[in-house]
Design a protein. Structure first.
Length: 333
């Protein structure tokens, strides 16, 4: 079925926005999932005269459209504890301010609200991103962690994100959380509990990215079916698993691309994600939104990888049959 294909610009934020648009158009993409980083998008300028129209003009110049924007980096800081040097490197000076942790969280939350307003101004219905988590640091559960601490973590998420989601509702925009380690929802059961924490409000759904499921041992196809009413967006990234007994799922504090890692992100089509089964499941649940390619591969040049990934995934995006394959049997005399 002819879904639009977009390129997520987060890994391209070192390039000017117009350069990324030109590259994507040359490669055959239909649009961009625009990240709020680099010069690509700035939520604080959402109501500045000419700002939004200027971005749309660039897209139109290259025959591209936008169905979703993302703000992973600032979303990460909304709930995180601790807030430290890692966040200073990703949230920018406006959100970092004086570095006071609670101040960073509050300014990050404000930027997420502005991101909803920016999406509305762009005519976009979906914002993709992270939530952060005050309890990810306890994932190993040792030293022992009381259940009350975990309960408080989900309550902290609800307290911080419900006011953000109120603005999303006001703007007619949905937030698609990327289920990912270090977030409040990172696997199946934490996703269930996260949705429960906010009363299953419709403003909050999921961004399906199978790359993070693979190394955790989560079935990405079953996940689509189990959360079929919450799949608001799709990001496609691939993962190659290399467990050897030495190489493990924890990564061993080794950098991306190191052959001693138990897994690595690779260009879509070169890893272990069951793409055909996944696309069939997306069709079965009626997902007709964009297929956004999030290109990450430490061992491959991105100028080769991005167009290759597009070609690799398009072959799985076929239309469902218009009739039952065994219908002809009923017409036999």
């Amino acid at each position: 079925m002819s879904r639009p294909y977009t390129l997520f610009t987060g890994q391209w934020a070192d390039l000017p926005f117009e350069d990324v648009a030109r590259l994507a158009a040359d490669w055959g993409y239909d649009g961009l999932e625009i990240a709020c980083s680099g010069d690509h998008l700035d939520p604080w300028r959402w109501d500045e005269p000419g700002y939004v129209s200027g971005k749309l003009a660039v897209l139109e110049r290259y025959g591209l459209k936008v169905w979703a924007i993302s703000n992973h980096l600032k979303g990460q800081a909304v709930c995180d504890d601790p807030i430290d040097f890692r966040h200073q490197a990703i949230v920018g000076t406006k959100v970092w301010g004086d570095g006071d942790p609670e101040g960073v969280r509050q300014r990050a939350a404000e930027e997420l609200k502005l991101t909803a307003r920016l999406a509305q101004a762009l005519g976009v219905k979906t914002v993709v991103g992270f939530t952060g988590s005050s309890i990810w640091q306890y994932v190993a559960m040792f030293p022992p962690v009381p259940e009350s601490v975990i309960d408080a973590g989900y309550q902290d998420f609800a307290d911080r994100w419900n006011p953000i989601l109120d603005v999303f509702d006001e703007c007619g925009v949905r937030f698609a959380h990327e289920v990912h380690p270090s977030e409040i929802a990172y696997d199946y059961w934490t996703t269930v509990r996260t949705l429960e924490a906010i009363g299953h409000r419709e403003a909050f759904g999921l961004n399906w990215d199978p790359s993070h499921f693979m190394w955790q041992g989560i079935d990405p196809v079953s996940f689509i079916w189990d959360f079929k009413d919450r799949i608001y967006h799709v990001d496609c990234k691939d993962t190659k698993l290399r467990p050897t007994g030495r190489n493990t799922v924890m990564g061993s504090h080794l950098p991306w691309g190191d052959p001693r890692r138990g897994w690595d992100f690779v260009s879509a089509g070169r890893g272990d994600v069951p793409w055909e089964s996944s696309f069939r499941a997306l069709t079965a649940i009626g997902y007709d939104g964009p297929i956004s390619i999030e290109w990450e591969d430490a061992g491959m040049d991105r100028l080769q990888g991005a167009p290759e990934a597009l070609a690799a995934l398009k072959k799985f995006d076929f239309a469902p049959s218009a009739l039952s394959f065994d219908a002809a049997f009923s017409n036999q005399g």
